[in-house]
Design a protein around this ligand. Structure first.
Ligand SMILES: O=C(O)[C@@H](CO)OP(=O)(O)O
Length: 329
């Protein structure tokens, strides 16, 4: 497991004393014209011109009352998680865009990560198109106290959309849309993919391999530099994920060491020099709060009972209270 050289510890927290504006969760009616549905929620038009949407209003299963307030929120949680250990992490091989699954240890890391974020709201999940990120997201969500079901949206063809249609509005409300995007994939490691990292360092020199792995501008042979990876990953984040946060939707991104490094560089406004020391551990979730157009790093929730995590914002604290109330019923 890679070491973490920048601070990912849970940080001290203070309850916000700003006037609290509870979050608003979109609730899309079933029978609305396509052009009234935000593009990001469009799934399909059925033969009867109904639009099916995996909405994100959360209803209490027991009382059918809104779990979260419907009022528009001015803040949202953003969870970033690097996938758990993969079979090629274990073998110390450059992986890049090769689609390798998790090891048993990686499965455990994903489950532990899920426990750490089990009290933080998640309305939407973005993953890369690679199985190790998708496994991590799915395994993490098995631990979430809200017990909503993550469902991968299939947009690759009309048939894929039609055949994965969900016909129950109530079921959709208990679902979390999962959007897989290649733009969040690991950096393409070029001719290093499949090579052993230690042997490559012995052959080309530690310094050269370190530059390939951690520098911003220098690409590995026929591969993507971090800068090139950032061009697609950060653009995707800005175009598709930031608008969701701005709408008050809580987002989890399950992705990779380098695609997440590029996104963190953007969120934390790191320089190309600073990002060289950023190295993400597998399976450790990082929490940000998006508020008033700004990203505030909150570190890594230590555990589901870590009281400090829920004092980060009044909204998160209230969400936690609702979870506790629901679990007492
Ligand atoms: O092999 C890879 O794809 C990545 C992540 O495991 O390696 P590195 O740590 O060199 O960026």
């Amino acid at each position: 497991m890679a070491s973490t050289t920048m601070s990912h510890q849970a940080i001290g927290s203070t309850v916000s004393h700003r006037p609290f504006r509870a979050s608003q969760f979109l609730k899309e009616p079933l029978n609305v014209p396509m052009n009234f549905i935000p593009k990001r929620f469009k799934i399909e038009a059925t033969a009867s011109s109904q639009v099916s949407v995996i909405g994100n209003t959360v209803l209490s299963p027991s009382k059918n009352k809104p779990f979260e307030s419907k009022k528009k929120s001015n803040e949202a949680a953003l969870i970033l998680i690097r996938h758990g250990e993969s079979l090629w992490n274990e073998k110390n091989l450059f992986t890049g865009c090769v689609d390798v699954p998790l090891t048993q240890k990686g499965v455990g890391e994903a489950i532990e990560a899920g426990k750490k974020i089990s009290n933080i709201p998640v309305d939407l999940i973005f993953t890369s198109s690679l199985i190790r990120a998708q496994m991590t997201a799915m395994l993490a969500m098995t631990q979430h106290r809200r017990k909503k079901v993550p469902i991968i949206l299939h947009n690759e063809s009309v048939k894929a959309k039609t055949w994965s249609h969900v016909f129950s509005e109530e079921t959709r409300k208990q679902s979390i849309p999962v959007i897989a995007a290649w733009q969040l994939n690991e950096r393409m490691y070029g001719e290093l993919q499949g090579l052993n990292k230690k042997e490559t360092a012995e052959r080309y020199g530690t310094q050269q391999v370190h530059e390939w792995r951690r520098s911003y501008e220098i690409p590995p042979p026929k591969g993507e530099s971090l800068e090139m990876c950032a061009e697609r990953a950060v653009a995707y984040f800005e175009d598709n994920i930031k608008p969701e946060l701005a709408s008050g939707n809580n987002v989890m991104i399950a992705a990779h060491g380098n695609s997440l490094r590029s996104i963190i560089m953007y969120l934390d406004d790191l320089t190309s020099q600073e990002v060289t020391t950023l190295d993400l551990s597998t399976g450790i979730p990082l929490l940000y709060i998006f508020k008033e157009g700004k990203f505030m790093k909150r570190g890594s929730p230590v555990g589901p009972t870590e009281a400090g995590v829920y004092a980060y914002t009044k909204r998160l604290a209230q969400y936690r209270e609702k979870l506790d109330e629901a679990s007492l019923k």
